[in-house]
Write a protein that binds this ligand. Structure first.
Ligand code: CMP
Length: 144
């Protein structure tokens, strides 16, 4: 895993992520200054089921697979987020998330995401809608 400093690329990408579509320029600037961009090789684990969570991830490049008890539940691509469950309830990761290609992802650390949520509650609504969509489709589809 390789880490780089946030760049203009991060700000541009944040604007295209549906989760952040309602954020103001100010909030996006704030987020862009906080996120860490991380690179992962194929087969690297970004989250491990049962482990504590560090924050929320957004896929910038590549594709990941969500696995629960070793069974693939979903594939997530560019613009998708994951890691919200441990972040919201403070519990362990509910699934393992593995890179299936070279992956670039941004990590929004828990403390800063929680601060952003307080500043912009519309983020919570957007996130909940996506979580509900995943629950509704979790048995019928592996693609997002
Ligand atoms: P979290 O539990 O923090 O870490 C693992 C993440 O995988 C989880 O948050 C969700 O973002 C994601 N995840 C868990 N189960 C599913 C599922 N059935 N479909 C899609 N994403 C999931």
């Amino acid at each position: 895993m390789r880490r780089t400093s946030p760049t203009g690329q991060v700000k541009d990408l944040l604007q295209t992520v549906p989760l952040f579509s309602q954020c103001s320029k100010r909030e996006l600037n704030l987020l862009a200054g906080i996120v860490e961009v991380e690179d992962f090789a194929p087969a690297a684990e970004l989250c491990t089921e049962g482990e504590p969570g560090l924050g929320l991830y957004v896929v910038m490049e590549g594709e990941v697979e969500v696995k629960v008890k070793g069974r693939t539940r979903r594939k997530l691509g560019v613009g998708a987020f994951f890691g919200e469950i441990a972040l919201l309830d403070g519990g362990p990761r509910s699934a393992t998330v593995v890179a299936t290609t070279d992956v670039r992802a941004m990590l929004i650390p828990a403390w800063s995401f929680n601060a952003t949520l307080k500043a912009d509650p519309s983020l919570a609504t957007t996130m909940l809608k996506e979580v509900c969509r995943r629950v509704r489709t979790s048995d019928s589809s592996l693609s997002s």
